[in-house]
Design a binder for this molecule. Sequence first.
Ligand code: WQD
Length: 334
Amino acid sequence: MKVLVTGGLGFIGSHTVCELLDANYEVVVIDDLSNSSIDVVDKIKEITGKDFVFYQFDVCNEEKLDEVFSKENIDSVIHFAAYKAVGESVAKPLMYYENNLLTTITLCKVMLKHGVFKFVFSSSATVYGSPKTLPIKEDFLLSTTNPYGTTKLMNEKILEDVCVANDNFSVIILRYFNPIGAHSSGLIGENPTGIPNNLMPYIVRVADGELKELSVFGNDYDTPDGTGVRDYIHVVDLAKGHIKALEKAANTKGTRFYNLGTGHGYSVLDLVETFKRVNNVDVPYKIVGRRPGDIAACYADPTKAYEELGWKATLGIEEMCKDSYNFILKQKNK
Ligand code: WQD
């Protein structure tokens, strides 16, 4: 079974490729390296001891994509390739709509041409907007507050319509909560370029001394300690969820949606204090004003993924903090 993984050198993509190879899938990766590094190819091979095929181009290039489908006997697709910075999407909406929608549309066209009908899509809990109640279930109202989130929601609609028009098509849509952590080897992990937007990569840079202190965006939310609560999920747990989704896609038709979260919410200060304790390192911080667009709390009801995919998260917040820091330490001692 040969699986095409778009964006397979990125943070979640690379961890998923490792799980696929460990599960004896053959893997083809397409990545344009716009938000990843070519050295991840060798790191994946070092981690798994297995080889895979890599093509460097933009998934929107229909001609090249068609060539790959003609050359490689692809059975299914896991689609990660997308821009994913919320703030950047507000500043550059057209870049986000063009890239994040055209990749999916091009993929679907070429898949249908080549009779490939199994599709796992990387979506996000951001499609739930600001939920009225918690935990979040898959049938909750969908609403988005930024172009990035809207591209995810629009992609979900596009894929649903492709399934209606093609009854052989099978789509599993995975709505990630907050992926953090890194592979236990420390060889792959989350390493955004520039100043990190997300909490964990910022904490890691402060712990490492590269950044002075963490700004905690608000402590006046209606949460236990006033800081934002999120459902942090280990990237390896998330990657394993894609294997289960692939198995599901192989024996169903139509579109199915699943939350990939732990079902537990942790505050910013919970994460900071856990990180300090398990890594025996300081993380200086200051409380500042809320970040525009942030919601108070968000965490999943992961029941449906457990009942229908046979998947649940197994790694806790301590492993997430340990593995995140271990990755950066390994990177420094390259
Ligand atoms: C988490 C909490 C912040 C940084 C985003 C996207 C989502 C997904 C994950 C792609 C919040 C607080 C953060 C900092 C802070 N990405 N924080 N200081 O916003 O929940 O989700 O990333 O799919 O789609 O929306 O994640 O890590 O940015 O923030 O206090 O320097 O940490 O206010 O409460 P978020 P985050």
